[in-house]
Design a protein around this ligand. Sequence first.
Ligand code: WT7
Length: 658
Amino acid sequence: MSETLANLSSETRQFPPPEQVAADANVKAEAYEEAAADRLAFWATQADRLTWAKKWDQVLDWSNPPFAKWFVGGELNIAYNCVDRHVEAGHGDKVAIHWEGEPGDTRTITYADLLKLVSQAANTLTGLGVGAGDRVAIYMPMIPEAAVAMLACARIGATHSVVFGGFSVDALSTRIKDADAKLVITADGGYRRGKPSALKPTVDEAVAQCPSIENVLVVRRTGQEVAWTDKDKWWHETVEQAGAEHKAQAFDAEHPLFILYTSGTTGKPKGILHTTGGYLTQTSWTHHAVFDLKPETDVYWCTADIGWVTGHSYIVYGPLSNGATQVMYEGTPDTPGRDRFWQIVDKYKVSILYTAPTLIRTMMKWGDDIPAGYDLSSLRILGSVGEPINPEAWMWYRKNIGHDKTPVVDTWWQTETGGVMISPLPGVTAAKPGSAMTALPGITADVVDDQAQSVPNGGGGFLVLRDPWPSMLRTIWGDDKRFIDTYWSRFGAGAGTGDDWIYFAGDGAKKDDDGAIWLLGRVDDVMLISGHNISTTEVESALVSHPSVAEAAVVGATDPTTGQAIVAFVIPRGNVDTEGDAGEKLNVDLRNHVAKTLGPIAKPRQIMLVPELPKTRSGKIMRRLLKDVAERRSLGDVTTLQDSAVMDLISSGMKNTK
Ligand code: WT7
């Protein structure tokens, strides 16, 4: 970026914590002071929330940056921490998972049930020759066995690599090969959009290309016909018949726990490696702090899939280490109807809900009357993750889902960071709609310019992390050089300037006048308009603040006069008329609305009204494809697109303009 980001929008609304939440909060304002006084002592205190078989000798070894070692010399078993210790403490009858299948079937799994299943699975894995350090691929629908499989791997020290169940043969086999996995754990299929969706045929094709795989363990979920090879074993004929006693052995704090691949925009997927002690310390503490979980009374629900890091850290490891009772849902939010989420919240009296902006905007588009039909009064904390949340989407969430009484925590983090890094604390922070606010205690985040200088309040630039944190990635699996090049070579010691190692997150950000951090999207998405860097996120948020708009995606398209020009793709709200003149008028209104909100420099050259936006399967907008459309190029790689028909709709609309 030639200059730092133009800081266009200003948000003045602010929501302090409700009195009761503040009074009862798990974590109070003093935590910031404690961590500032002694960061490593602060993290040692949080590590003490876990049960260690052997205490560490050193909190952090940063003698070989950027390769960190946390809790050096310590030993623990993750599954013991997530399961056994709750049973030993007398909570065996407590519900761990209220599972809701898409067709409406349900299962209730207590911590005692979970202990039995995880122990049986651990015995089965050992029997199949899987041992500490071996890699296991997990390709599952959202059923309890997915969590059991992960915990069983952790229990025996095998490193899991969960591959999202919507991914292709190619994606699965590439990941199996990169990690050299021995075993795949899968299911015949899962329910999606009202019908069984097969998984086993994808596994069969992938395994045929992957000689490292010795066995395939298959859960029967849908009862679909499946092809069978001599590598295949049914879960119910192995795990469910296995012995239920298993003694968990402790592993080194730096023992590899899992690999999770992130695709990014270019190159082959990166296998992000997370280890044991630091990862569990941070995911456990952040879950306790950011969601203020009261294990006795709260019902927690994270709507992510286990195939993403959110599912790893905030469905499996964080909540279970804290002894939470949680909801796990198999299917899509619109099956059988668009009220499914609210029906689930009402049914289980969910008190903490963690979801993504893409879902919140979809719910806005579907209309306020749908959540209004349910009793959502159990909700007390709402969370958001995955993308910047537009201020209007934040307001809608707080008002229509939280009935204006729940704190909203916008949590910024990444697969690479392992756990939440920047977020309000619900009992402490007066949150601003659209801002992730400030770094959590013990975390050092900053916004810097090209020269790695911290920008003053009111300025914009690059988001960086300055000190190592417990749940940070340890490397890219098998590629230390790429680890250094990708994250540590933009600024500081890794770039040959300065002595400090500075982690480059790849996101643009600004600090407002109070020093609160606003995430502005991936740096690759920033637009350069007449010499000014403008963030796609700010223009999108301005569009979403118009009452007729549900969702917007903005790109910079090459322009002969301004270098780049802003082209916006807009989904109108459900009840908005867009036919003929009404559409033309809306178009003009929207362009003027952006100019008025952010200034004339941000006025879009063109606005396209579209029915859908291209999204990855984790719900992120694929601006790269929209840029292809805006610049009238043929489309690049569409393989990670959730629904490829969307692009035909958008491209044909574009041809009809000008
Ligand atoms: C990227 C990481 C963290 C779990 C899910 C995504 C974006 C994530 C926020 C937020 C603004 C956010 C960033 C980040 N992102 N949360 N609260 N506000 N942006 O994990 O797939 O590794 O993606 O998601 O761009 O770098 P991921």
